[in-house]
Design a protein around this ligand. Structure first.
Ligand code: ATP
Ligand code: MN
Length: 144
């Protein structure tokens, strides 16, 4: 039933907790996992001339770190006996998550209720809220 899982991650503690559920879903028939990290391009919009920050260098470093983290995750999932690969996309996180869910025709999305911000008063993070709203596939939300 949940043959192909989309696992979007921001590498936060909550999303790592969600990964333990991805592994356990093997017992429920899961076979393939697409790991997805989105580099939020809204954090890369200030023109270099105003900030003095080299955004190209920032993006390259973010990609390098994401690559490393995704490789570790994929390795762990493979050790659990799942087929796994990763995608790193640049854009607005919830949009890319919805787009890849369609592109890969996944049967389930597994996300954390919260991510890096993990604000105490929030019932859900903004990414998980929008994914739940827009997804046409089942979503498993793992609570913090
Ligand atoms: P907010 O971002 O609204 O301040 P938050 O960081 O606590 O709040 P979300 O960003 O909604 O919460 O994170 C919820 C879940 O969404 C994460 O556990 C992760 O599964 C997924 N997620 C969040 N950001 C990304 C991202 N950039 N790429 C892939 N998945 C993400
Ligand atoms: Mn977030």
């Amino acid at each position: 039933m949940f043959d192909h899982i989309l696992y979007p991650t921001d590498f936060s503690d909550v999303s790592m907790k969600a990964m333990s559920y991805v592994k356990q879903l093997k017992d429920a028939g899961a076979k393939k996992v697409t790991v997805l990290h989105v580099i939020d391009d809204r954090t890369l919009v200030v023109p270099d001339v105003f900030s003095g920050i080299d955004f190209m260098a920032v993006e390259n470093e973010l990609r390098r770190i994401a690559d490393e983290e995704c490789n570790k995750i994929v390795e762990q999932l493979r050790e659990s006996g799942l087929e796994a690969w990763f995608k790193i996309e640049k854009g607005v996180p919830f949009r890319e998550i919805i787009r890849v869910a369609k592109e890969d025709d996944v049967s389930l999305i597994v996300i954390g209720s919260h991510g890096k911000s993990n604000i105490e008063e929030m019932l859900l993070g903004s990414v998980s809220e929008k994914v739940i709203r827009k997804a046409v596939r089942p979503v498993l939300v793992v609570k913090r």
